[in-house]
Design a protein around this ligand. Sequence first.
Ligand code: ADP
Length: 561
Amino acid sequence: MKKRIIFLNGIILFLTLSLFLIISVFILNYYNNKSSERELNNHVLLISELYNGENAEEVINSYQKANKNLRITFISFDGEVVKDSLIDIEFESHLDRPEILNLGEVYTRYSESLNTYMMYLAHKDNGLYIRVAMPQKSINAIVNSFLLFCFLTLIALTIITTLVLNSVNKKALKPLNKVVNKLSKLAGHDSYYGDDVETISSHIDDINLLINEKINAIIDEKSKVDFIINNLEQGVIVVNSNKELILVNDYVLRLKNFKLVEVLNKNFIYLIRDISFQEAIACTIDEGSISSFDLPYKSKLYLINITPVNTEWTNFENAKNGAFITMSDVTEERKIEKMKREFFANASHELKSPLTTIIGYQQMISEGIITSMDEILDASKRTSKEAIRMHQMILGMLDLSKLESKEETSFEEVNLKDAVIDVLDLYQKELSEKNITVSLNLEDLYLLMNPNHLNQLVRNLIENAIKYNIPNGELKLSISNQKKELIIQDSGIGIASEDQSRIFERFYRVDKGRSKDKGGTGLGLSIVKHICNLYHDNINLTSKPNKGTTVKIQFNNFLLK
Ligand code: ADP
């Protein structure tokens, strides 16, 4: 490009100078001719003055002393050359010469006798034609030297303008190169210097492509990060050191029912209304402290973690800290923690009383407080009853922990009817002791289930229906294949409505004494509920004190047979 500019510049210069030269030559020629004409005219007039009809030679001699280039010819009216100042030969008739034919007019033509171009002018005087001529050589010499001058000027001007252009070009491109260099580095290129606009512009195109690629990559990265941040099951908030919200993810916006534009760059108190929460954030920003606490919000519990952040984008006017806040829903976690605490408290309490009984009786025997065989036998019976209860309680707790841990279990095709009949067989003794009338209406109902789970479920329910039944009471068991349900109905003591919602809790017993007496652990219904949850079966209990209790289970894990 630079070479092209210089070449173009040379051509323009050459054409300009050539035009100037041509016009100048024309002008010079014109004025030179005019002056030569005037000169010739003056010479003719002067020679006419000097010539008296006889002194041609004398006139020529004296004239030639002053101007050797001037040719003076005296021609008679019949065309014969009487005297010529430059050539002394015989000439043919000169009457046909244009300057003779048109007296007083200057003619330039080639002179055969002098081998050069001459300017001619003739006058008539004292019976002769006086013709004066001078060579045009002098004009050509001027033109030639002018041409040489122009050519040298052209070369000099080309060199000077090239140098000037070069330096102007460099100066003009310097700020542009500076910017392009910066962009070049930004796009990951080495430093760059372009010496003409065309290469710089093509380099800018390259940079543009690279920067576009980088911008697209950044946009992609941002979309990824946005996607991740906004799909977190956790709230994320970033507050800068000027206490403005600079990042709020969708989780928080959904929770607070805000749109991003409504809170972004606003003071964090617009989003966070809780005073202790606000104070904790302010404390992190001002002092860099870390806080972690549970915050109740809309019937849920959120774990709030606030840590200081010290980055370029969180710090306003070189302040120290921004705050990075996370919010996690810990409602379930806290509930489970509470349940665990309660469970351990209950379990240790429940285990403590049979153990105390056992230890007490054993001490009485070992310390000789009871000595008679009957008393010892009675103590031993009571001890073993408590030990069995403890054993059942531990088995129940193990069953519950297995069910809660949802450990892998194998499913089999089991017939509910068979399971019910098997359990009833186990309780024949208790049934006859209480003289309970059992009525059965059992259809086959095939379930896909772990046989142990089915046995636990049926056993706990039938056991309760017998345990809490009255003497001579009734127990109705029915299985409907069509409705996919099991109904266990007893005519026992029933459960008060205020207790009905709690009987599925672990260790919950309506009447502790009665339950203990009957060897109850308070875990049976809890195990039943867990099994139903595991198989997504629906359990429903209706009861009226002193009337009886009905438990209905609708199975969803049935097999169509
Ligand atoms: P337990 O080992 O004490 O029977 P469960 O979890 O099986 O523990 O039952 C919890 C409590 O619910 C029992 O203590 C009892 O008070 C009550 N209950 C359960 N089933 C019946 C029923 N069929 N009739 C009356 N009360 C019942």
